[in-house]
Ligand binder design. Structure first.
Ligand SMILES: Cc1cc2nc3c(=O)[nH]c(=O)nc-3n(C[C@H](O)[C@H](O)[C@H](O)COP(=O)(O)O)c2cc1C
Length: 287
């Protein structure tokens, strides 16, 4: 691993994320806003919306992801693994997650490791808790487990994000390489990688209800693996990575899915039913 940074002065940074229900996006936007306030030109966005960029053009790259099934979602791994060389570029990672456990540390580490393999030099890693948007939890009747975190992220969490954004820049100015290693946890080790397989077996009736579909194309846009044909009412379940983005984002609740025989409903509907409004950081309010 190369250990010297190509620059100690950050003029231009990239914050890139993958986000299905806004938690990771919110943190990514706050990092970018914090940098902008410090006079850094910050480009930011979901990797699916960034258009043509050259990651090597940036003085720092921060990549953020939700934890899915104990690891970095496959589609985001593929995106990172597909970028061109970023030799000597300072890099940092962050993850958002819901609740305790769930291999969050190793997920953040994994992003850093992938960026390092591209030539990036680690400058930080941040883990930020939020409400889980794993729709199977509440749909199976365990909503209380998710609601325990309904106040997250709070003002304190947002202060930590701003602090993290500043620390990355500070570390780079000092040429300080961030040192971190993976942590072994037997439970996470056993669950990681296999969790999605058995879960998929418990899903039935995954498709688009054409009577309810309003033809807005949201499911197509959010599906990271192009598995949905709303006009035919069909989801290619062999391609599906069970990110639940379609169920969580359909504004008409037209995506059908059953988990252990129970109808799965999305994050926005769950928030509405429980009168939960996620608090925005002041920089992003009314944006
Ligand atoms: C498909 C799926 C799998 C998840 N798996 C985990 C997990 O293994 N560990 C964890 O801590 N949180 C897990 N979560 C919770 C998400 O990490 C959390 O909701 C995240 O903040 C969502 O980010 P987003 O709103 O940017 O999409 C999962 C959520 C989804 C939708």
């Amino acid at each position: 691993m190369k250990i010297s940074m190509k620059t100690n002065k950050v003029k231009r940074g990239l914050v890139v994320w993958y986000s299905q229900t806004g938690n990771t996006q919110r943190i990514g936007k706050l990092i970018a806003a914090t940098w902008k306030k410090a006079g850094i030109k910050a480009d930011s966005g979901d990797y699916r919306d960034l258009g043509k960029i050259n990651p090597a053009d940036y003085d720092v790259i921060v990549a953020g992801s939700p934890v899915y099934y104990y690891e970095v979602p496959k589609n985001f791994r593929e995106w990172i693994n597909g970028i061109s060389s970023i030799e000597g570029t300072p890099v940092a990672s962050f993850v958002t997650f819901g609740g305790e456990g769930g291999n969050q540390h190793n997920t953040g580490y994994s992003i850093l490791e992938m960026l390092s393999r591209k030539g990036g030099v680690p400058a930080g890693m941040g883990l930020f808790g939020s409400m889980s948007s794993y729709a199977l939890t509440w749909s199976a009747g365990n909503g209380a487990r998710v609601l325990k975190y309904k106040d997250q992220p709070n003002d304190n969490a947002y202060s930590n994000v701003r602090h993290y954004a500043s620390c990355i820049i500070q570390s780079i100015s000092e040429g300080k390489v961030y040192k971190v290693s993976s942590e072994f946890n037997l439970r996470d080790y056993l669950k990681g990688g296999i969790a999605i397989g058995p879960t998929k077996l418990m899903i039935t009736g995954h498709g688009v209800n054409r009577d309810k579909c309003i033809g807005c194309g949201t499911c197509n846009k959010v599906c990271p693996v192009n598995a949905i044909s709303p006009d035919k009412g069909v989801v290619d379940t062999s391609r599906c990575i069970l990110c639940l983005g379609c169920v969580n984002n359909c504004p008409a609740q037209a995506v059908d899915m059953k988990f252990m025989g129970k109808k799965v409903y999305g994050f926005n509907e769950f928030l509405k039913r429980n009168n939960v409004v996620i608090r925005e950081p002041k920089e992003l309010a009314n944006v």
